[in-house]
Write a protein that binds this ligand. Structure first.
Ligand code: ADP
Ligand code: MG
Length: 572
C-alpha cells in the first residue's frame, strides 16, 4: 500500500497543474496509525467536496470492547466520535484558503439526539470516520501544498485527538454509553408496564426558542409528575428514577393557553429518540413507534382507505381508496392517521394546534343542526375508543378547546403553569353532570385499516431524467416532482432526509424492480429494507450513490411519509 509520503509526493508533483490532476490522489494510503482512503476527488473547486475516510484499527484506537459490543453502544460511540472529530476540526484547523470550496473540512453535524449514523462506523475490528474535504485550488489550479497541509499535517492531529481512546474524554464517553443503555432500558420497561411514555421528574422540556433545539435556560420549570401517575424505575446505571408514566389508552393533555401543553407533547414526540446529556429530555422516553398525526392540507394522497372517518363525499368520491392531489384539512389528517396505522404505529400523538377541528370533534349542537347523513366526517372523538379497544392503539391528545373528549378519555392531565396535574376524576364528573350530550355511535366499529400494495410500476424507474435528489431536510425531488416533508414533525435531521433519498432509490431499484408481476405491501417493503439495514448496517443500502458518511437512520414512519407524499406514487 502507498504511504503518506507518497501522497505528499503526488501532491508536490501536481501542484500548480489543472484541477483534474487531483484524480491522481485517489486511493488508499498507510499513515501513522491509520489508513487514509480518498474515495472520490471532486472535478472542480466548486463541485461537492471530495469524499474521504480514515480507518483506525482497534490496536491503535484502543476503545474498549465493552463500550461497543451492541448496536445501542455502537450508536453512542459513533455519535461521540463524530462530535469529537468535529470539535477537533474546529480547534485544530483554520482552513487554507483558495477558490470555491477550497480547504473545506467537514464531518456530519449531530443534533441533540443520538441516532444511528454513518459518519463514524464502529466495527468490531476497526473504526471508520467519513468526512469531506474541499481540495484546495487557486482559480482552477491545484494547490498541492495546501492539500498536503490538510492530509499530512492537520488530519493526523485530528485523528490523534478525536479517535484514540487515550486522548478522548473517557468519562464522558462511558457516560454516553451508559445513558443510551439506560434510555433503552426505559423503553423496554414501558412495554412491560403497559406505558406509552415516560417523563422523568426534573426533565427540562421547553426549548430556548422556536428555532433552537437547545434547552431553555432561564426560567424553565422542571417537570414534576403528579403523584398518582408517578412511577419508579430502576435503571442499570442511573439507578432509581421517578417520573410520570403515561399508560396505554386515551390520554388528554388539557389546560389554559400557554401553560405548556404543546411543549409536553413535543417532548413526547421526540421521546422516540435518545437525547444527549444536557438536552433536558434525556429521560423523556416514548414507545419507538409513536407517530404525530396532524392536518396537512394540500398534500397528495394515493388510494388510502379513509372510510373509517370519511364517507359520502359530495361528489361521490371514493373514500375506500381515497386519492387526491390536494387534500383538505380533515382528509389530510385522516390520511396521515391511516398511513401511520398501515405500517403499525401503536400510539398516535395529536395536538389541537395542528389539527383540523372538524376531524377532531363535532359537538352536540352541531350534531343537532347538521344531520349525520349530511356530514361525511365521523370525527376522531367517535373513533378513539374503538381504535384502542379493537386494535390496541393508544392516543395522547392535546385539547384546550373542547371538553367533549372527557367522555372518551382514560386519563386527563392538566398543565397548570407548566406543572401537570391529574384531573381525570374532575373531568369525568363534569362530563357526567351535563345533560345535553353528544350522540355517540356506540355500535359502530373503528373500520378497516387497508394495507395497500405496490407493484413494479408504482414508482418511476430511475434514469437520466428520473433522479432522486435530496434538496434539503424538507424536500426530495423525484424526477420533476417534489416530495415535501415540512409537516413530518418527527423527522429531525437533514441527513435522515438524505437517507430517505437513498432508501427510495433502493426501493425502486432493488425491491420493486424484482417483484415481477407480484404485489407487495408497503409494510413488506419497509420491513425488507430495515432487515437489510439491521444485518448490514446503513451502508448496506448505499454502496455508491451518495456520500455514505452522510446518512442518518429515519424510522419507517418517516420513510413512508416521504413515499406517501410522492405525487406520482401509483398504488395497485
Ligand atoms: P400551550 O400549548 O399550552 O399553549 P406551549 O407548550 O406552547 O403552551 O408553551 C407556551 C410557552 O411556555 C412556550 O414559550 C414554552 O417554551 C414555554 N414553556 C413550556 N413549558 C415550560 C416550562 N416547563 N418552563 C418554562 N417555560 C415553559
Ligand atoms: Mg399549544
Amino acid at each position: 500500500m502507498k504511504k503518506q509520503k507518497d501522497l505528499e509526493e503526488i501532491l508536490g508533483r501536481i501542484d500548480g497543474k489543472g484541477y483534474a490532476a487531483y484524480r491522481d490522489i485517489k486511493g488508499e494510503y498507510e499513515c501513522n496509525g491509520y489508513i487514509l482512503c480518498i474515495d472520490h476527488a471532486q472535478v472542480d473547486p466548486f463541485a461537492p467536496p471530495s469524499k474521504v475516510r480514515i480507518k483506525v484499527g482497534q490496536s491503535v484506537h484502543q476503545i474498549p470492547l465493552e463500550l461497543r459490543d451492541s448496536r445501542a453502544k455502537k450508536i453512542a460511540v459513533s455519535d461521540f466520535l463524530t462530535r469529537a472529530f468535529r470539535e477537533s476540526i474546529r480547534k485544530l484547523y483554520d482552513g487554507v484558503g483558495g477558490s470555491g470550496k477550497s480547504g473545506l473540512l467537514v464531518i456530519d453535524d449531530c443534533g441533540m439526539q443520538m441516532i444511528e449514523r454513518t459518519s463514524v462506523i464502529v466495527g468490531d475490528k476497526e473504526i471508520e470516520v467519513r468526512f469531506e474535504v474541499g481540495l484546495p485550488a487557486a482559480g482552477r489550479k491545484v494547490l498541492g501544498r495546501s492539500a498536503a497541509q490538510i492530509f499530512c499535517k492537520v488530519l493526523p492531529q485530528i485523528v490523534e485527538a478525536s479517535v484514540l481512546y487515550k486522548n478522548l474524554n473517557q468519562r464522558a464517553l462511558k457516560e454516553q454509553v451508559e445513558l443510551i443503555l439506560d434510555q433503552e432500558a426505559i423503553r423496554a420497561e414501558l412495554k412491560k408496564r403497559d406505558l406509552v411514555a415516560f417523563v422523568a421528574n426534573g426533565a427540562i422540556l421547553p426549548r430556548e426558542s422556536g428555532i433552537s433545539q437547545k434547552p431553555l435556560r432561564k426560567g424553565a420549570v422542571p417537570f414534576k409528575s403528579p403523584q398518582h401517575l408517578e412511577v419508579t424505575l430502576n435503571l442499570p446505571y442511573k439507578g432509581e428514577l421517578k417520573g410520570m408514566g403515561i399508560p396505554r389508552g386515551i390520554t388528554l393533555i388539557v389546560g389554559g393557553g400557554y401553560h405548556g401543553k404543546s411543549t409536553l407533547l413535543n417532548a413526547i414526540e421526540l421521546g422516540i429518540y435518545n437525547h444527549i446529556t444536557g438536552d433536558g429530555r434525556e429521560y423523556v422516553i416514548t414507545n419507538e413507534d409513536a407517530v404525530k398525526v396532524r392536518a396537512e392540507d394540500g398534500r397528495s394522497v394515493e388510494k388510502v382507505n379513509i372510510s373509517a372517518f370519511i364517507n359520502n363525499l359530495p361528489n361521490g368520491k371514493d373514500t375506500l381508496q381515497f386519492s387526491t392531489q390536494n387534500a383538505s384539512g380533515s382528509t389530510s389528517q385522516a390520511a396521515n392517521m391511516m398511513e401511520a396505522l398501515e405500517v403499525g404505529t401503536s400510539c398516535l400523538l395529536i395536538d389541537e394546534d395542528t389539527s383540523a377541528t372538524n376531524f377532531m370533534i363535532r359537538d352536540s349542537r352541531m350534531q343537532r343542526l347538521v344531520k349525520k347523513e349530511k356530514e361525511p366526517i365521523t370525527p376522531f372523538i367517535d373513533k378513539a375508543k374503538k381504535l384502542y379497544e379493537e386494535k390496541g392503539i393508544s392516543t395522547i391528545l392535546v385539547v384546550g378547546g373542547s371538553g367533549e373528549y372527557f367522555d372518551v378519555a382514560d386519563l386527563v392531565i392538566m398543565m397548570d403553569e407548566y406543572v401537570p396535574k391529574d384531573v381525570t376524576q374532575e373531568a369525568k364528573e363534569i362530563a357526567n353532570s351535563f345533560t345535553l350530550k353528544r350522540e355517540v355511535l356506540e355500535e359502530e366499529p373503528f373500520g378497516e385499516i387497508t394495507l395497500r400494495t405496490l407493484t413494479k410500476g408504482s414508482l418511476p424507474t430511475l434514469g437520466r431524467e428520473m433522479r432522486i435528489k435530496v434538496r434539503n431536510k424538507e424536500c426530495i425531488s423525484y424526477g420533476k416532482s417534489d416530495i415535501h416533508l415540512d409537516y413530518v414533525e418527527q423527522l429531525i435531521d437533514a441527513n435522515q432526509t438524505n437517507c430517505i433519498g437513498t432508501m427510495l432509490e433502493y426501493i425502486v431499484s432493488e425491491i420493486l424492480s424484482k417483484v415481477g408481476n407480484k404485489e407487495i405491501t408497503v409494510g413488506q417493503i419497509v420491513d425488507t429494507l430495515y432487515e437489510k439495514i439491521e444485518k448490514e448496517g446503513l451502508g448496506g443500502i448505499s454502496p455508491y450513490t451518495r456520500h455514505p458518511g452522510n446518512l442518518v437512520l429515519p424510522r419507517k414512519y418517516e420513510l413512508c411519509a416521504a413515499l406517501n407524499r410522492f405525487r406520482e406514487l401509483k398504488v395497485k
